[in-house]
Design a protein around this ligand. Sequence first.
Ligand code: BEZ
Length: 237
Amino acid sequence: MENNLENKVVSMPRIGDAAPEFKAVTTQGDINFPADYKGNWVILFSHPADFTPVCTSEFMTFATMSEKFEKVNTKLVGLSVDGLYSHIAWLRTIKEKIEYKGMKDVEVKFPLIEDITMEVAKKYGMIQPNEDTTKAVRAVFFIDPEGVIRSMIYYPLSLGRNFDELYRVVVALQTADEFGVATPADWYPGDDVIVGPAGSCGTAQERMDDEELDCKDWFFCTKKLDKEKVFDAILKK
Ligand code: BEZ
């Protein structure tokens, strides 16, 4: 898809597309994306700049939650258009000096990509010129174990992300895949899930008669799905 913003053409990947390929240098060594991550879910995310306060609060939050993401088979990969030495100096400063919301001595162990040429940022539509021509916006790509983009969220420079929501998205996507269901508004594990419309899983009458389903009408059926069952299915074995 291409958006023509005041004559500036921006390419944007779409849900369902193969994640654009790239090779990059990161704070954890070189990566070949998405091939190196086959078999894992990945959150590829960009931030506008090193040594900025909102980004600092985000990295501290994400790093603190990284084990939680690891447990649901999800790797984190960050990117900004800064260079490697800036990344290293910023992450060291965070660990040594910054305290935020009870988090301190925070070590960022996931890779942070250097992208001074903006090659990767441009492939992923992270540079949105009407927001800023020289910085990436706060983009988040959820990529499945086959390297397919399954969801994406974009935030402007001024808005720090909600990392509980990013975790909820990863769990909901995996739940949908594992159980062949959809997740309704504000769903959290343990809440009822949506069973697809008639045709996709039985006729309307069969669905209305199914005792496992709670159908309010032919198009709106839910069923129970225990939190334990969700996590049994998606927690890393
Ligand atoms: C920040 O992370 O604080 C920030 C970065 C770029 C523009 C505005 C805020």
